[in-house]
Design a binder for this molecule. Structure first.
Ligand code: XIL
Length: 363
């Protein structure tokens, strides 16, 4: 029974007197077998302990700017065993001008992760989409293929090189398909470098850090069956071209009460059939209308986790954890409350549903 062994395997930061550290604090109390409480009973385990016991990477997007808030830090390190910098590694943040690199905010997250023994997923190296993305204008102005190739190679090598050993997996290309369509999005990289640009980015990334697991990350495939089929075809084509792709991320920005878990399961199954790892990478569940909104939201979280954990998928990352800070407020409107902790860091029914799924996966 996995939970019984988790007293040793728990990844720390959970006990009430063991505070998570910020980068300004030099050392963290390293839990030992005498300081980590046993976790034989799922109801007393932290959510992080449940994830560890299940062998699940349970992650969240984090923002460096919130790490100075004690409730944010404590909730983070007791709930998750992995973090994804929400914006800090994106091209426009980290490399805003040809000779300007701003590693500071991402370094803050990575140092915090190291101190609190959290895994780190790198998001992302290439993202040029219709509305929101992270390719700066100076890159969009490069029309010469040789120059663009040299620029992306330098970008990918420099960013992955800086975090080699600290970031174990990367979203190499984010959202290569049309937002709501089934074709490759005709972004700047495709226009200048051709359809082979995606395979090329994976090859560059693999050379930059051969130990990193390399992902393609896509949106709306859990909603749109034709886009899901297009994603499977794209991944197959990349594998056939010899691209060093290890995994596929399904973003899963969901609406409460609308998930088609059979479709998500079948997509995961199809992708796993191609031999790649599958992860849910940006899960949140916004409430639009529902008779019992929090219960409906909890059920949607539960279904999303089950769709992953019932297959071989072993990572579920949420796009934030507290309704105090969510990109949904700015993108879809206020009041959608998409995350499992409320604005005051109080757990919502969604957290109980997540805990139940993780505990079941540990059995
Ligand atoms: C979002 C961030 O959460 C926002 O803070 C930012 O303003 C825009 O990007 N899909 C992705 C993420 O892959 O990078 C996006 O993150 C959300 C949609």
């Amino acid at each position: 029974m996995l939970l019984a062994t988790s007293a040793i395997g728990c990844s720390g930061g959970e006990q009430a007197d063991d505070h998570p550290v910020t980068t300004t604090v030099a050392a963290v109390t390293q839990p030992t077998s005498t300081t980590v409480p046993r976790c034989d009973d799922a109801s007393t385990c932290t959510t992080r302990q449940l994830a560890d016991a299940a062998g699940v990477t349970f992650g969240t997007a984090v923002a460096a700017s919130h790490l100075d808030e004690a409730d944010y830090r404590t909730t983070l390190v007791t709930t998750f065993n992995s973090v994804t910098p929400e914006n800090e590694l994106k091209w426009a943040s980290i490399h805003p001008a040809p000779d300007t690199w701003d590693f500071g905010p991402a370094d803050t997250i990575i140092e915090f992760a190291k101190q609190n023994r959290l895994q780190v997923k790198g998001h992302n190296l290439i993202w040029d989409q219709e509305s929101i993305d992270s390719t700066p204008d100076w890159v969009l102005a490069i029309d010469d293929p040789t120059e663009l190739r040299a620029t992306v190679t330098d970008h990918i090598r420099t960013v992955m090189g800086h975090y080699r050993g600290a970031v174990d997996r990367w979203d190499v290309v984010n959202e290569p398909l049309q937002t709501l369509g089934n074709e490759l999005y005709d972004n700047h990289f495709r226009q200048v470098l051709g359809d082979g640009y995606i395979a090329e980015m994976f090859t560059i990334a693999h050379k930059a850090d051969p130990a990193a697991r390399l992902f393609l990350n896509e949106a709306n495939v859990e909603l749109l069956p034709a886009k899901a089929a297009a994603l499977v075809a794209l991944v197959k084509a990349l594998i056939d071209q010899g691209a060093p792709i290890d995994g596929v991320g399904i973003q899963a920005h969901l609406v409460a009460g609308t998930v088609d878990s059979a479709a998500v399961r079948s997509l995961i199954d199809d992708l796993e059939g191609l031999g790649v790892e599958v992860a849910i990478t940006e899960l949140d569940v916004r409430i639009i209308t529902a008779a019992d909104p929090l219960a409906t939201q909890a059920d949607t979280y539960s279904q999303a986790l089950s769709a992953c954990l019932d297959e071989s998928c072993r990572e579920v990352t949420l796009w934030g954890f507290t309704d105090r800070y969510t990109w949904i407020d700015n993108t879809f409107g206020l009041g959608r409350a998409p995350l499992p902790f409320d604005r005051d860091y109080q757990p919502k029914p969604a957290l109980a549903a997540i805990r139940e799924r993780l505990a079941a996966a540990a059995k």
